[in-house]
Write a protein that binds this ligand. Structure first.
Ligand SMILES: *Cc1c(COP(=O)(O)O)cnc(C)c1O
Length: 422
């Protein structure tokens, strides 16, 4: 039996406790949606303010004279992100979005040739990734029905690594999978999948949207070929914050499929030559002018993440999701909830996946009680206890509030259908 006293004791001993005050949290509200949009921190606010001041002060000279010179900011953020990936810095660049970075990497490295045309994906991935694959296939005049293998899920929530491995054949060019499935929060075994794919000469691309900033990675050690991610989820860079990509060093030097002047070697860029000399680093996969004001907040949030350390964040995140599951079992029996995230530590991402027939109306009821959850059609409530700013007591309170909603049937006064954004 877990009590309020227990969780308060854990909060007192929590080494990340001090970071709660770094975030703009609303009083009487518990934010459980950091896996959709991370919250603003004081450090991100001042980093953005600094960029505005630099613009005010320097105008065009900000490209070289700003406190954090804009011309080199993407590379600087790449260097800061590298430790979260287990990667050396020249392979990482802050640029684009998940979807545009996927297009760039597919345009560059997906070169279907006779006998090797297929891409393996899965049927649970986020739609944007699927659209990107299908449209890149269309550009090669290939029919996705024939060339795109989407691994099926037996339970509708999780994937089995052995099912994926079973499809790895010598006619497959590339494997594209999420590190953590966006609905169930299942963490895939990236190391084993990469190892098996390489046995068949298959390139491996992971979408780290739901793992970066929540789970440590060892991309170099695992020999992953490519990765993409966004920064507005667990990296707290703000709405539309600039994303990032990783290209393993053995692929650096490949001419970008989608080239632009920011793909250039930085020394040569302003020669304005019509023959591109691409950067020798992952910077080659940038296209146009970097989005400085959408990147600057990341300077602050990454500084804080590196200071706190990803290992400590993962440790607390696992303890918070474990507490969530324990409390669901303890308090919510008989109310029709099923936990659909994997139970094992090594297969869990940063959120729990609570399934209920009335998930949509329950989410509306939670919001009216000051809890911000995340609804995914048709029946999923995602709850992300972000380690940086969630206390053990917060988790305790969310479950307590949910129990009260069920007992008093408060959700019955809301429609069980999704809003325009959900
Ligand atoms: C959030 C998310 C996206 C969003 O892509 P953007 O290009 O950043 O809008 C794509 N794929 C996955 C798996 C996601 O979780």
């Amino acid at each position: 039996m877990i009590t309020l006293d227990d969780v308060r004791k854990w909060d007192e001993n929590d080494e990340l406790n001090e970071y709660k005050s770094e975030f703009f949290l609303k009083e009487d509200s518990i934010y459980m949606d950091g896996n959709s949009l991370g919250l603003l921190s004081r450090r991100s606010e001042s980093a953005l303010q600094q960029s505005l001041n630099d613009w005010k002060e320097h105008g065009i000279e900000g490209w070289t004279q700003a406190d954090e010179p804009w011309y080199y900011m993407s590379e600087k953020l790449g260097r800061m992100t590298a430790p979260l990936l287990g990667a050396s810095p020249e392979q990482v660049i802050n640029t684009g979005s998940i979807t545009t970075n996927l297009h760039q990497l597919l345009a560059t490295f997906y070169n279907p040739e006779k006998g090797r045309t297929k891409i393996i994906g899965d049927e649970l991935n986020f739609p944007s990734d699927i659209y990107a694959v299908k449209s890149q296939m269309a550009l090669h005049h290939l029919d996705p029905e024939e060339h795109f293998i989407q691994i099926a899920s037996a339970d509708g929530y999780t994937l089995k690594e052995e099912d994926i491995i079973a499809q790895m054949k010598d006619d497959v060019a590339l494997l594209l999978l999420p590190s953590v499935l966006y609905r169930s929060g299942q963490l895939l075994d990236m190391k084993a999948l990469t190892h098996e794919a390489h046995k068949h000469g298959i390139l491996v691309l992971f979408d780290l949207a739901h793992s970066i900033g929540a789970v440590p990675h060892q991309l170099d050690e695992w020999e992953v070929d490519f990765a993409v991610w966004c920064t507005y989820k667990y990296l707290n860079s703000g709405p539309g914050g600039t994303g990032g990509l990783y290209v393993n060093r053995r692929h650096l030097g490949t001419h970008p499929g989608l080239a632009g002047w920011f793909s250039s070697d930085k020394e040569k860029q302003f020669d304005m030559d019509h023959e591109l000399t691409p950067s020798s680093s992952a910077g080659a996969f940038q296209i146009g002018t970097p989005h400085i004001l959408s990147s600057a907040p990341l300077l602050g949030s990454l500084e804080m993440l590196l200071e706190a350390g990803i290992e400590g964040i993962r440790k607390k995140s696992l303890a918070l999701t474990q507490l969530f599951m324990d409390l669901v079992h303890q308090e919510l029996k008989g109310f029709g909830f099923t936990l659909r995230n994997p139970v094992e530590k090594e297969r869990r991402g940063g959120h729990v996946c609570l399934v209920h027939e009335e998930a949509a109306s329950l989410c509306k009821a939670l919001k009216s009680e000051g809890v911000i959850p995340d609804y995914r059609s048709p029946n999923v409530i995602r709850l992300a206890p972000v380690a940086f700013h969630t206390s053990y007591e917060d988790v305790f309170n969310v479950v307590r509030i949910l129990k009260e909603i069920m007992q008093k049937e408060k959700h019955k006064s809301f429609k069980n259908e999704r809003d325009i954004i959900a």
